[in-house]
Design a protein around this ligand. Sequence first.
Ligand code: CTP
Ligand code: MG
Length: 225
Amino acid sequence: MSVGVIIPAAGSGTRLGEPVPKAFVKLGDRTILEVCVAGVLDAGVADTVVVVVPADLVDDARRMVPEATVVAGGAHRSDSVRAGMDAVGVADVVLVHDAARPFTPPAVFGRVVDAVGAGHPAVVPGLPVADTLKEVVPGDTSGIEQVRATVDREPLRAIQTPQGFTRDALRAAHADDTGLATDDAGLAERVGIPVHVVSGDPLAFKITTPWDLRIARDIVAESAR
Ligand code: CTP
Ligand code: MG
């Protein structure tokens, strides 16, 4: 069973607010992208790795991650994933893994690949939700929002990456894209492909905000000691 990994890294990192696109922000000596690609290679599941970056950073990325094929991404995350699909070649299983989750442990990759290999066309890692979740009345801009309901968190999972698909399932999922999905499994669900969840890991967290970047830099500094 051959496995291709697509790493979308073409986002701008608006919520992070750094002067360079998120994947090119440094955690110690290495960029988020370099740490992520090293982690994917360490996991030992990938036959090919495709990295998708902003068009003006393709040459920089080729120098940074010579082990990977580097292509230019698009405006939405799903456009970037499709650019990666065109470059990944023939693979039985395709994993889509956010560059912004550089510490994802090898075992998570293993669980996702194993579950796809066992016959599930779409598999995502997820974790139970710890906080109490409340739904608010939308549209309040005053900063004080009214609660409409408390949501039952028991059946909810916070979804991470790598998300794994058979090649056909990923193609079918992306054939019907409206540009609004925040993950690939969401597209698969919309075309009726069953999606299954395996256990994720806290270390697979996504670097999204300055707080996350602080934690990421602490993790790197700690592992260097
Ligand atoms: N991504 C991408 N192409 C895009 C948008 C996002 O390849 N057009 C990638 C990001 O680089 C990231 C992953 O998708 O690795 C998850 O997206 P997110 O965390 O939202 O990153 P950004 O879009 O860069 O951040 P923000 O939404 O804060 O701008
Ligand atoms: Mg984004």
